[in-house]
Design a protein around this ligand. Structure first.
Ligand SMILES: NC(=O)c1ccc[n+]([C@@H]2O[C@H](COP(=O)([O-])OP(=O)(O)OC[C@H]3O[C@@H](n4cnc5c(N)ncnc54)[C@H](O)[C@@H]3O)[C@@H](O)[C@H]2O)c1
Length: 312
């Protein structure tokens, strides 16, 4: 009997509600948006189809109506326009978070807050501060989406099932993200050896091209259709399922790091065990020297933005 609230009924919020309804994950979904008319349109559209799905009550709600949610998914705020980076959104999106996060936290003191709005790592950190919640219960969607993109692109490259790729995108959900290729496996086999068995070319340049493609995927979609929605919605449903079903699955959500590879007091994506308590365990990765440098550089950028918001 799970209650999920979604703040922001734009492309991501509405598509996520649809994906949650399809999967039968929640018994109740409350949708909140400052644009009440648009949100009501989405609620009615979802509600009309709900009798063909597993029972779920979809309603339009105020922040107070989100009370006692199990999970609150926060997708409100500006999205990237063509040519903008995620970090360009920070000031405007933080200004709305300052207003609604304390209200959401008050309405659902035991909820898990799942931050999606960009820049997601910085805003997840600010949500942790503004809510006063324990770090385990404030999660950013992080690079779960980028990792899905990596697996899909590698699956396409090798013509194999992307789910057999055991590897992650780590760091910022944004331009400083990176793929730790040294630990990536396909069906337990290091990628170089896998490529040899398939007689498919694989070298440092291929790694670079695929990592760049993963990073630029969102821009490719935004330039053509204005926003990303389907892949992120699927990634969010995956995270919500892991939380509500206490899956203890490993996902690269954005989480508060302390003394992780020299990084502290910063939200970034690393392999994390996700279950009913939110973040159950943060796992360390054996980085090469180059990967370690990329990780700490990503952390430095996040820290600069956090310090800027804090007026330091
Ligand atoms: N983390 C990820 O993987 C990921 C992926 C894609 C997009 N995003 C981010 O998600 C956010 C939403 O993207 P979108 O494409 O759905 O944008 P959108 O413009 O379609 O929707 C945003 C919605 O937020 C609402 N809103 C604004 N201020 C609000 C407030 N104070 N309270 C309630 N609702 C409010 C708007 O009315 C709008 O309906 C953006 O910041 C975008 O960059 C994150």
């Amino acid at each position: 009997m799970s209650k999920i609230s979604i703040i922001g009924a734009g492309s991501i919020g509405a598509t996520t509600a649809f994906a949650l309804l399809q999967k039968g994950v929640a018994r109740e979904i409350v949708i909140n948006d400052i644009n009440q008319e648009k949100a009501l349109g989405e609620v009615l559209d979802l509600m009309h189809g709900s009798s063909l799905c597993r029972p779920c009550n979809v309603t339009l709600g105020t922040l107070e109506d989100t009370k006692d949610s199990d999970v609150v998914i926060i997708t409100a705020g500006l999205n990237q326009k063509p040519g903008e980076t995620r970090l360009d959104l920070v000031d405007k999106n933080y200004s709305i978070f300052k207003d609604f996060i304390p209200k959401i936290a008050k309405a659902s003191p035991d909820a898990i807050l799942l931050v999606v709005s960009n820049p997601v790592d910085v805003l997840a950190y600010m949500t942790y501060k503004l809510s006063g919640f324990p770090k385990e219960r404030v999660i950013g969607s992080g690079t779960v989406l980028d990792t899905a993109r990596l697996r899909s692109l590698l699956g396409k490259y090798f013509e194999i099932d992307g789910r057999t790729v055991d590897g992650f995108v780590m760091g910022e959900h944004g331009d400083s993200e990176f793929v730790p290729w040294s630990s990536l496996r396909i069906g337990t086999i290091p990628v170089k050896s896998f490529s040899e068995q398939y007689s498919i070319e694989w070298d440092k340049e291929t790694e670079k091209v695929i990592a760049e493609d993963v990073k630029n995927c969102a821009y490719e979609v935004i330039n053509r259709k204005g926003a990303t929605a389907f892949a992120v919605a699927v990634a969010l449903v995956r995270i919500v399922e892991a939380l509500l079903r206490d899956e203890k699955t490993i996902l690269t959500v954005s989480t508060l790091l302390n003394d992780y590879c020299g990084v502290s007091d910063t939200y970034l994506s690393v392999p994390t065990v996700v279950g009913k308590n939110g973040v159950e365990k943060v796992l360390s990765v054996d980085f090469s020297d180059e990967e370690k440098e990329k990780f700490t550089s990503s952390a430095r950028i996040m820290r600069e933005y956090i310090d800027r918001i804090n007026g330091k």
